[in-house]
Ligand binder design. Structure first.
Ligand code: GTP
Ligand code: MG
Length: 198
């Protein structure tokens, strides 16, 4: 899919105030610093569309970006950032779960996982929560430029094993991306395009 336009529409801490249009949307979630906002910039080809930072905790709201005037990418705050105060964490958590549970326009969530790391409990918990809530999602392994292809495949195999041990029948559909090298872009955009055409 070609991206002809990508524009920031609105930031919210209240899911009820998100855009009131029946357009399909795709949301990025995952630990702080995993690369959610960078991936939005990579996909849209706009370097500074979503705000990024080397310090975790940059995105603090639900951010809607309208793509090609007919669908949305949604950037969410990260979970699991130790330095955010307990009360801030609780607020983030509240509107993240409200978003996933209440947003009718959500077609598919993408759980971002740093490909270098062993499976983290907080990610497995979130994946299990989405599964139990029957919310459609895929996994995106990020920062693939940071390790070699063989190691990446080994880490994905280890992740799959963890999910099977946690009761999953198979690893959900997944993508491997690098925002630095723009890899995984076509696969992800084609996946979204196929759903939008249905
Ligand atoms: P929060 O908004 O804090 O939840 O973080 P985020 O998940 O939006 O992460 P963000 O996109 O701000 O990126 C965090 C850091 O990781 C930045 O320093 C990015 O440059 C870096 N980064 C993101 N994606 C990649 C990638 O694919 N490769 C490399 N090497 N670095 C990346
Ligand atoms: Mg961010």
């Amino acid at each position: 899919m070609k991206i002809n336009s990508a524009e920031f529409i609105i930031s919210n801490s209240d899911v009820k105030k998100c855009p009131n249009e029946p357009l399909p949307e795709y949301a990025f979630i995952g630990r702080s610093n995993v690369g959610k906002s960078s991936l939005i910039n990579m996909l849209t080809g706009k370097k500074s569309l979503a705000k990024t930072s080397s310090k975790p905790g940059k995105t603090q709201l639900i951010n809607h970006f309208k793509i090609n005037s007919n669908w949305y990418l949604v950037d969410l705050p990260g979970y699991g950032y130790a330095k955010v105060s307990k009360s801030t964490k609780a607020v983030f958590q509240k509107f993240i779960t409200e978003y996933f549970e209440q947003r009718e326009q959500l077609v598919c969530g993408f759980v971002l996982i740093d490909i270098r790391l062993e499976a983290q409990k907080i990610d497995l918990d979130f994946i299990n929560y989405l599964g139990e809530s029957q919310i459609p999602f895929c996994i995106i392994f990020t920062k693939a430029d940071k390790i070699g292809k063989v190691k990446a495949q080994q880490n994905i195999a280890a992740y799959r094993k963890k999910l099977l041990a946690a009761g999953w029948e198979e690893i959900p559909q997944y993508f491997v991306t690098s925002s630095l090298e723009s890899s995984g872009r076509d696969e992800l955009l084609d996946f979204i395009d196929d759903i939008n055409k249905q």
